[in-house]
Design a protein around this ligand. Structure first.
Ligand SMILES: NC(=O)c1ccc[n+]([C@@H]2O[C@H](COP(=O)([O-])OP(=O)(O)OC[C@H]3O[C@@H](n4cnc5c(N)ncnc54)[C@H](OP(=O)(O)O)[C@@H]3O)[C@@H](O)[C@H]2O)c1
Length: 215
């Protein structure tokens, strides 16, 4: 699959890019600045010793991809979507974004549109199918390619075929995927992240995550 990771120059997106490239997908990192994307891609490719990750501006990356991942701060979420909307028609869009208030990041924030991913779907009224995933996976785990990420991923979406693709992309990076229901449920998944960040801080752990038990 050809995957564009918008905001892939950042912590979370670069980790996902690395893992998907390692799993054999074609990955393009998107950025507001094509040169920055190319530089980060080059840096990530050092792990592999070949050029399997490319870099481009966000619009070019989204245009060429089958699956587009949104991995930007919530404050940049709406603008990023607006900038690439026409390139997303009919595509699967994996939204990793968590609505975090940078000045109060340990408290759950519920955005006016219900959740970040619900807001994305509302903006993308062009047949794009938004799937919410990975919001609870700390970037600290993703970069260590040889490490098993001891966390599960809850996947929400209204389009079943798109959700199946999202779940496969979770398995491809070595994690368990759980169908967590419709996109409206993403408000809870996004809300778990500030709770996990608070657990990291109060219990002095790195990258707390969740596990579904009883399966
Ligand atoms: N970090 C984690 O452990 C983690 C875990 C789970 C979920 N998340 C969520 O995943 C998303 C990305 O997290 P991150 O830690 O990777 O974020 P980040 O490193 O702060 O930012 C990611 C990228 O977004 C772009 N960006 C930053 N500010 C922007 C702005 N004002 N306007 C447009 N683009 C901007 C930048 O790319 P360019 O400058 O190259 O355009 C940046 O490299 C967030 O919503 C976060 O809540 C993060």
């Amino acid at each position: 699959m050809k995957i564009a990771v918008l905001g892939g120059t950042g912590k979370e997106g670069s980790g996902l890019a690395l893992r998907w490239a390692n799993a054999g997908h074609t990955v393009v990192i998107g950025s507001r600045d094509a040169a920055r994307a190319a530089a980060v891609a080059q840096e990530l490719n050092l792990v592999f010793g070949d050029e399997r990750i490319a870099g481009a501006d966000n619009l070019s990356a989204a245009t060429d991809a089958d699956v587009v991942v949104l991995s930007v701060p919530y404050t940049a979420h709406a603008d990023t979507i607006a900038g690439v909307k026409n390139a997303l028609t009919g595509k699967v869009v994996i939204d990793v974004t968590v609505p975090i208030n940078p000045t109060d990041f340990l408290r759950v924030q519920v955005p006016a549109g219900g959740s970040a991913s619900r807001e994305a779907q509302s903006m993308l009224d062009n047949g794009a199918r938004v799937v919410a995933a990975f919001q609870n996976i700390s970037a600290t785990h993703l970069k260590k390619l040889d490490a098993v990420v001891d966390c599960d991923v809850l996947v929400c979406g209204d389009d079943d075929a798109a959700k199946q693709i999202g779940m496969q992309l979770v398995r491809d990076v070595g994690m368990r995927a759980w169908d967590a229901g419709p996109l409206d449920n993403a408000v809870v998944v996004e809300g778990l992240t500030p709770i996990l960040l608070g657990i990291n801080k109060r219990h002095k752990v790195k990258g707390a995550g969740i596990r579904i038990t009883g399966a």
